[in-house]
Design a protein around this ligand. Structure first.
Ligand SMILES: C[S@@+](CC[C@H](N)C(=O)[O-])C[C@H]1O[C@@H](n2cnc3c(N)ncnc32)[C@H](O)[C@@H]1O
Length: 247
């Protein structure tokens, strides 16, 4: 695939292509935070369910059935761990010392992500909880109402000199808040809470930006954004959303 680079507005750089290759071209110690929502390779316990398309696994209503599927979501556990380790090691190299990293996952992939986050070099510091509010009822069982943002930092993370106050440990926010732009898109309101862990004015990298929700929240907050997306459709959606700043 040919790499595409766009700078739709000042402070925003977008790349279309495989993030692993594009991250390899980024300088050492160059971003103040990494906030991202990679493919989970989840949706079921067994590989035959994981092998289904993202639309089959993750969409249950007509409103989002029209969004295109995305790649990278059918790895088995061993190859998922190996792949996480490839890009998280690059993320570690690109992050400045002390920079936070926040990575979305679900309950099934939480253990592998927490292991690989640390094996890539990051200090694991916690799990932020996103209460999606409208998860499907689960008769006789607990409702799977949460997704998780495992977070940590590149080494020590000073509390006093980063200009960041005390932050909550969870958000309750409907998946549909603010409209849908992606099969598994995250609401900008949620991303606004999560990016606030990065120092004001800093540069945030999202290597799996999808429709650009991290970017919208980042630019609205006055921070700089570097986004990468593989799928042509979602890259175009992100470019359009980020052109319209402030949103
Ligand atoms: C879970 S979605 C991100 C959704 C995003 N948070 C949003 O709100 O729109 C993951 C995205 O990663 C993209 N992706 C998968 N493999 C990739 C790769 N190797 N490099 C870059 N992007 C990739 C997919 O196309 C998909 O859009």
């Amino acid at each position: 695939m040919k790499e595409v680079v766009q700078q739709p507005v000042e402070g925003v750089t977008l790349y279309q292509g495989d993030c692993l290759k594009i991250m390899m071209e980024q300088p050492d110690n160059s971003v103040d935070g990494i906030i991202t929502d990679p493919p989970y390779s989840s949706g079921g316990i067994h590989q035959n369910v994981k092998n289904q398309t993202t639309g089959q696994k993750y969409t249950s209503c007509n409103a989002i059935n029209s969004f295109p599927d995305f790649p990278g979501d059918s790895r088995d556990q061993r190859s998922y761990a190996f792949w996480l380790s490839l890009w998280l090691s690059e993320a570690y190299r690109i992050a400045k010392p002390g920079a936070p990293i926040c990575v979305f996952t679900d309950w099934r992939q939480y253990p592998v992500l927490s292991d690989v986050l640390q094996s890539a070099g990051f200090v694991w510091r916690g799990a932020y909880v996103w209460d999606k509010k409208n998860a499907r009822p689960n008769k006789g069982k607990f409702r799977q109402t949460a997704e998780f943002v495992l977070w940590g930092s590149k080494g020590n993370m000073p509390s006093n000199d980063r200009g960041v106050g005390c932050l909550p440990g969870m958000s309750s926010c409907s998946v549909n808040k603010g409209g849908r732009f992606h099969q598994t898109g995250k609401p900008v309101e949620l991303m606004k809470e999560i990016i606030s862990i990065v120092e004001p004015g800093g540069t945030i990298l999202d290597p799996f930006m999808g429709s650009g929700s991290t970017g919208v929240a980042t630019v609205n907050s006055g921070r700089q954004f570097v986004g990468i997306e593989y799928t042509n459709h979602y890259f175009e959606v992100a470019s359009q959303r980020l052109k319209k700043q402030p949103v």
